[in-house]
Write a protein of this length. Structure first.
Length: 71
């Protein structure tokens, strides 16, 4: 059961991958099937049920596009 809920402002994500690198559960990935308005592949979560709500991704994001809510 998830203890966190992660949302991304995919329209602002520049696909830097920093959030992918720091996720301890390895559930964040750059979605190559989507291209946002800036021309990047945005980050997304592949299995929200595995999220532990640590917020490492949000702290690492240089553009503050990630919101983590603890459930």
């Amino acid at each position: 059961m998830a203890t966190g809920n992660v949302t991304f402002r995919q329209d602002w994500c520049k696909g830097c991958g920093l959030c992918v690198a720091v996720c301890p559960k390895k559930i964040i990935f750059l979605d190559e099937s989507i291209t946002n308005r800036k021309g990047y592949h945005p980050a997304t979560v592949k299995d929200m049920d595995q999220c532990i709500g640590c917020a490492n991704c949000a702290r690492m994001c240089p553009d503050s596009i990630i919101t983590v809510e603890r459930v």
